[in-house]
Design a binder for this molecule. Structure first.
Ligand SMILES: NC(=O)N[C@H]1NC(=O)NC1=O
Length: 174
């Protein structure tokens, strides 16, 4: 779909197509629909990012809290959204050894107990080694810094999901 077609979508269809660009947050998509017309894919993405930035800190933490854990185990349990499962598989999280699954689970629990929201990272920009390393390192962050870091990761995930849904303007001209 190109950005011109996006601008013609009624809000029901817009939410159907873009409702999960921020994991389990169709409300963000529904809110951003009012900002049409979008001049480009970058403009749509900027509108989503502006909306996220305008939220109070409790709202940003809410976005983080609806993200699934990256444990590798949920990959079998079919509880993940399609997007999240594909991203975790691309990062190799379906190939964790038993020891890696236990380490990831232990660190995830420690992280959640400490910050009150789950560890979020853009899986497709990482692999299982960098994810485990980041999890360990970010656990040591100060809370405000870590929340901002996690929200940046949400935006990276959104960026890649949008790229899969809207044809970038340059390729339109081909
Ligand atoms: N917990 C977490 O980071 N989950 C997200 N990361 C990602 O790339 N897809 C997700 O669902």
């Amino acid at each position: 779909m190109d950005i011109g077609s996006v601008n013609y979508l009624p809000y029901e269809d817009f939410v159907d197509v873009f409702g999960n660009v921020v994991e389990k947050c169709p409300l963000i998509t529904a809110a951003v629909w009012s900002r049409r017309p979008f001049s480009s894919l970058a403009d749509l993405e900027a509108s989503i990012n502006d909306f996220i930035d305008s939220l109070p800190e409790s709202g940003k933490e809410g976005i983080l809290r609806v993200h699934p854990d990256l444990t590798g185990r949920d990959l079998q349990s079919e509880t993940l959204t399609r997007e999240s499962r594909e991203e975790q598989v691309q990062a190799g999280l379906d190939t964790l050894t038993t020891a890696e699954v236990s380490r990831m689970a232990r660190l995830n629990t420690e992280y959640k107990d400490h910050f009150g929201f789950p560890f979020v990272i853009c899986a497709r920009m990482n692999n299982k080694a960098t994810i485990l390393r980041q999890l360990e390192e970010r656990l040591r962050n100060e809370r405000t810094i870590e929340r901002a870091c996690a929200i940046d990761e949400v935006k990276k995930i959104c960026h890649l999901r949008l790229q899969g849904l809207v044809v970038p303007e340059t390729s339109n001209k081909l």
